[in-house]
Design a protein around this ligand. Structure first.
Ligand SMILES: N[C@@H](CCC(=O)N[C@@H](CS)C(=O)NCC(=O)O)C(=O)O
Length: 213
């Protein structure tokens, strides 16, 4: 397998965590997003969306979208499971994961920020305010949900890491990198700390990647 990766990409960070949890070590090719390599002809031939991650399977298929890649890994390499067994629990875990992956992360993506700045002409301050706003709104709702749900345990769902934690940890890392105060989200901080005691999470951190700058 080969993973198209970039150290700072939170979507790629999710896949790195899942690969580590599964004990898989694909080859890696780095796509430098700040240098717009994702929009090069070579990379667009891999993923016409111009985004990382992409995973080339052993059979040569190109998979895109971090959550689809992670579910593929979970289905082809079931241990340890990244989704709980019961449909109701799977739906809860997916709901938390999607709240991050669909409703927070895309709004602060590089191409969105570049469009705000370069096409709509917003100032650097307005762009940063946008970034902070969508993270705050999203994390606040997650904090409320996770702090009140009986199903929340050491991790987002019970006492084993799932797809929900795989999405949470990169999003919190992202918020901290942008100097967003995460203190109002104590449950998220607690779960993030629990995740990062596990080598699979810690080793996937941006600062530990070969292409880290
Ligand atoms: N929904 C996609 C999002 C992928 C994504 O947003 N990737 C970002 C990095 S985290 C990217 O490649 N951005 C390139 C750009 O905005 O130009 C997934 O989950 O894989």
């Amino acid at each position: 397998m080969k993973l198209y990766d970039y150290f700072r990409s939170s979507a790629a960070y999710r896949v790195r965590i899942a690969l580590n949890l599964k004990g898989l070590t694909p080859a890696r090719e780095f796509v430098h997003l700040r240098r717009n390599v994702q929009r090069s002809d070579d990379y667009l031939a891999v993923n016409p969306q111009g985004m990382v991650p992409a995973l080339v399977t052993d059979g040569g298929e190109v998979l895109t979208q971090s959550l689809a890649i992670i579910e593929y890994l979970d289905e082809t390499q079931p241990a340890p499971p990244l989704l709980p067994a019961a449909p109701i629990d799977r739906a809860r875990v997916r709901g938390i994961a999607l709240a991050i992956a669909c409703d927070i992360h895309p709004l602060d993506n590089l191409r969105v920020l570049q469009y705000l700045k370069n096409t709509l002409g917003v100032s650097e301050e307005q762009k940063d305010a946008w970034y902070k706003y969508w993270i705050d709104v999203g994390l606040e709702a997650l904090e409320t949900r996770l702090s009140r749900d009986a199903a929340t345990g050491r991790f987002c769902h019970g006492d084993a890491p799932t797809l929900a934690d795989i999405c949470l940890v990169p999003q919190l890392a992202n918020a901290r990198r942008m100097n967003i105060d995460v203190a109002p989200f104590p449950t998220l901080i607690r779960i993030d700390a629990a995740c990062n005691t596990l080598p699979a999470f810690a080793d996937a951190a941006p600062s530990r990647q070969q292409d880290a700058e």
